[in-house]
Design a protein around this ligand. Structure first.
Ligand code: CP
Length: 304
């Protein structure tokens, strides 16, 4: 069971809570693979409230909710009354009045899901807030590692790319540390938050060196919009140093998994040949996301 009506981040979860979500997700994956459905959310209303674009996360939540018998509705900020000036709190209260049991929110502002959760009766799930957290992405990443390795304890997990702006990196860092993995970060200095080592990771400037003995190498999306801010000299220079390719990962463990939350920038942060190779579990991550989100919503249960 989870202690809160909401899932806002992995920073505040215990290792036991994380393990209980993942464990239930294994049951949900069996439901998914056998093409069955459940009635865990029968009669419940699940609303996706997205202030930022998404392909994977929104569809994954909606698929998961429907597989468990929920009614789903989807609100994109661009076509809602947000464009008329409605506040996040008033939008949340409106959804409460419409009897939403679970609201899944993505927002560009860090902390927006926390504000919503304080002001609604519905359970709130953070589907990515600014540079803060993307908890269900990290849960599905850890699920994928556990599916392959049995446990994440002692695994060497290298995350490479735009760590500074990555909510995926932060959620993974919180959770992987709690579960006993060794986390190594690789990025240009301008894309690394100052003092990140204090969160329990090692920073290695060179991908080839970091990859030695790695069990998992996770690419992160290079947020190309940041290039305008001059945070790295050019895309070609960035990829010559940080693109995941055969040469740079040559020293990795023979059981290496290549992961990426998507969307990927092919041949910039990850070479297309590696993304499509047998090392890559990028598409399995997407499928596992449905199982993990089923587990999260079952545990929250639309509690009031
Ligand atoms: N990984 C992820 O959050 O993808 P989307 O932006 O497509 O949801």
């Amino acid at each position: 069971m989870l202690r809160s009506k909401d899932l806002l981040g992995l920073k505040g979860l215990t290792a036991e809570e994380i393990e209980s979500i993942i464990s239930l997700a294994f049951d949900m994956k069996r439901v998914l693979k056998s093409r069955q459905t459940t009635n865990d959310l029968s009669g419940k209303s699940v609303v996706t409230l997205f202030y930022e674009n998404s392909t994977r996360t929104r569809n994954s939540f909606e698929t998961a909710a429907r597989l468990m018998g929920a009614r789903t509705s989807s609100i994109a900020a661009s076509t809602s009354s947000v464009t008329k000036g409605e506040s996040l709190i008033d939008t949340g209260r409106t959804l409460d009045a419409l009897m939403a049991d679970i609201i899944i929110i993505r927002h560009s502002m860090s902390g927006a899901p926390h504000l919503l959760a304080k002001n609604v009766k519905a359970g709130v799930i953070n589907a990515g807030d600014g540079m803060d957290e993307h908890p269900t992405q990290a849960l599905l990443d850890i699920y994928t590692m556990k599916e392959k390795f049995g446990s994440v304890k002692g695994l060497k997990v290298v995350m490479v790319g735009d760590i500074k702006h990555s909510r995926v990196a932060r959620s993974n860092l919180w959770a992987l540390n709690k579960l006993g993995a060794q986390v190594v970060l690789v990025a240009p200095n301008t894309l690394l938050p100052a003092g990140i080592e204090s969160l329990g990771c090692t920073v290695v400037p060179d991908l080839e060196e970091a990859a030695v003995g790695a069990n998992v190498i996770m690419g992160l999306r290079l947020q190309l919009e940041r290039q305008k801010a001059g945070l790295f000299p050019s895309i070609s220079e960035y990829s010559s140093m940080f693109e995941i390719n055969r040469e740079k990962i040559a020293g990795a463990s023979p059981d290496l998994l290549i992961m990426h939350p998507g969307p990927i920038n092919r041949d910039i942060e990850i070479c297309g040949e590696i993304a499509d190779s047998g090392l890559s579990v990028i598409n399995e991550q997407v499928t596992n996301g449905v199982a993990v989100r089923m587990a999260v919503m079952k545990l929250l249960g639309g509690s009031k």
